[in-house]
Design a protein around this ligand. Structure first.
Ligand code: 6CS
Length: 312
């Protein structure tokens, strides 16, 4: 077997290192019968191109951010909702591992597009960076924030009166540097490794959302495989849950230290009261999602909210 595994990040970054380790394990388990080529971001196009190639089956495996399937799988935009998952990242990962809403119902929605999410995993809590301080919803008034191409991410920022601008991350460093956009959201490891801190004066520890990535396989391809090979893939997906968690944990911690050491970016942590002001504006977006994001949006969000409540 010769398979391609596409990621949205560069060597050394969480997604790429996850995919490289995934490939190594699968090659070993199969005694070399499986060979995988792992691609960095850009090797096969931008984030949306990559999701489309997976859908078509021209690549077999990929790490996909739901933000890049925002115009395809409507219900997957559930991940755009701010303040949905617990602040405790381990608990969030546990919910991602076990949620029926995600692993059964949302998976079915993706499979309608020939993408099977084998695992959902966190790349860390998301933070804001800006050319100006971001502490209150008023600070977002007219603020041009770069977002992934997902309508509900756009709605979420419009609730703060911001001007969200979809852009692929390959253009983001230059976009921030030249003032095409004023700021962006990402986990800390990525803010540092993509160098966004170099062109942003402010970073706000907001933990307003969780960056969820999915390990995806093309559905028809997966279903066509012999059962023993499917079992090797499933086993590897299970093993990788811990590895992925550790990768993001280490890089998020290390890179926060590096941003602080390098200086030049003022790091501000929102208080719970300050977060509440954003949460109040974000909550109505959940009803918007229920009404506008496909026939199963309500069912998926209701169940996910119950699961989150039970986990806490
Ligand atoms: O902001 C983005 O679009 C990128 N962020 C991360 C954490 N991974 C890849 C993604 O494309």
């Amino acid at each position: 077997y010769q398979w391609d595994f596409v990621t949205e990040e560069m060597q050394g970054e969480v997604q790429y290192e996850y995919a490289a380790e995934f490939a190594r394990r699968l090659e070993e388990k199969s005694d070399g019968a499986i060979e995988m080529t792992v691609y960095e971001y850009g090797g096969l196009g931008d984030g949306v191109d990559q999701a489309e190639q997976l859908m078509m089956g021209s690549t077999e495996f990929g790490i996909v951010s739901p933000g890049f399937t925002g115009t395809m799988v409507e219900e997957a935009q559930v991940f755009a909702l701010h303040f949905l998952f617990p602040d405790d990242i381990e608990l969030t990962q546990e919910i991602l591992n076990t949620s029926e809403a995600l692993n059964v119902h949302l998976r079915e929605k993706y499979e309608e597009w020939d993408m099977t999410p084998l695992a959902y995993w966190t790349e860390g809590a998301m933070q804001w960076t800006g050319s100006s301080p971001l502490r209150t919803p008023e600070d977002f008034d007219g603020f041009q924030i770069r977002v992934q191409n997902s309508p509900l991410i756009i709605n979420s920022y419009e609730a703060y009166d911001a001007s969200p601008t979809p852009m692929d991350w390959g253009e983001l460093y230059t976009g921030l540097d030249q003032g095409v956009v004023d700021g962006q959201e990402n986990p800390i490891f990525f803010i540092y490794s993509a160098g966004f801190h170099e062109v942003q004066d402010h970073m706000t520890i907001s933990n307003h959302n969780n960056y969820v990535a999915m390990t995806v396989v093309n559905t028809q391809f997966y279903n066509s495989l012999p059962e023993d090979i499917q079992a090797l893939i499933d086993e590897t997906v299970e093993e990788m849950r811990e590895v992925g968690f550790a990768l993001q944990d280490e890089q998020n911690q290390e890179n926060l230290d590096l941003i602080e050491e390098e200086g030049g970016t003022e790091v501000y942590t929102l208080s719970e009261d300050e977060r509440q002001a954003f949460r109040d504006l974000a909550m109505p977006i959940r009803d918007y999602f229920r009404e506008n994001n496909g026939e199963d949006a309500g069912r998926i969000l209701d169940l996910l909210e119950e699961e989150i409540e039970a986990a806490q």
